[in-house]
Unconditional design. Structure first.
Length: 254
């Protein structure tokens, strides 16, 4: 089955157009090279793509410049170099005039050299100055408002920080007051507790210690206590009857 004939018209799809251009450009360069080799022809081929990219082919040993010069000599055409001196002169003159006008406008805005200005020009200058003043004042008020907003935000931050510090100081003062009350309460309860301890240790005939600490530093003493047994003391009974209970003796009955 033969290959279908392709209609020669512009390819609308950008990708397909670039692919077709690349393939056919390569084929064209190949055909040009074969023609130059087979027929010993000098060939110069210049191609610009739709994107402006340059592609060229030149048969060896010639160069593209040699082929172009040969083409000009044969056809009698001459590509003249454009003289830009006149264009540069006109551009310099225009820039000088603009600079002079700007200098005059600057002098008028600063109030210098107003003697040569006509009345109509003065009115126009006045309107321009008033318009400029309005813009300057608007920008000035905008900057002032921004500064005021920044200062207000900063003041609000400082107020919040000051409030936090005051709250922290109040908490510390309350905690210190509670701790001081607890210390005072402990000092008031301590003498009562010492008095209760001192009452548990009576001292007869001696000086009463003033504190529990003095009680702890006193030397140990043995205080005799007379016991009252429920049975008579045998020692006292032998003292009353010395002959009773002796070894080898018996009581004599009268």
């Amino acid at each position: 089955m033969g290959r279908g004939k392709i209609a020669i018209r512009r390819i609308e799809n950008n990708t397909n157009r670039q692919v077709t251009f690349s393939k056919r450009r390569g084929g064209l360069f190949k055909k040009a090279h074969e023609l130059s080799v087979l027929c010993d022809a000098q060939i110069g081929l210049i191609i610009f793509s739709s994107t402006g990219k340059l592609s060229e082919y030149c048969s060896l040993p010639s160069s593209m410049e040699q082929i172009i010069r040969r083409y000009q000599r044969v056809t009698g055409t001459h590509i003249s170099k454009q003289d830009n001196r006149e264009q540069l002169h006109n551009e310099i003159t225009r820039m000088r005039n603009e600079t002079h006008n700007l200098q005059l406008s600057l002098q008028r805005y600063t109030g210098d050299d107003l003697s040569s200005i006509q009345f109509k020009d003065l009115e126009e200058l006045e309107q321009q100055l008033e318009h400029s003043i309005k813009k300057v004042r608007a920008r000035k008020y905008q900057l002032v408002q921004q500064q005021i907003d920044n200062l207000q935000r900063k003041a609000k931050m400082l107020e919040d920080e000051n409030e936090q510090i005051c709250h922290w100081i109040q908490e510390k003062q309350q905690a210190a007051a509670i701790e001081q009350q607890q210390q005072q309460l402990g000092i008031e309860l301590k003498p009562v507790e010492e008095q209760q301890v001192m009452e548990q240790f009576p001292f007869s005939g001696e000086e009463q210690p003033s504190s529990v600490l003095q009680l702890a530093t006193l030397p140990p003493h043995l205080y005799p206590y007379r016991l009252q047994p429920t049975h008579p003391n045998l020692q006292d009974f032998t003292l009353q009857y010395p002959g009773f209970g002796s070894i080898g003796t018996t009581p004599i009955n009268d």
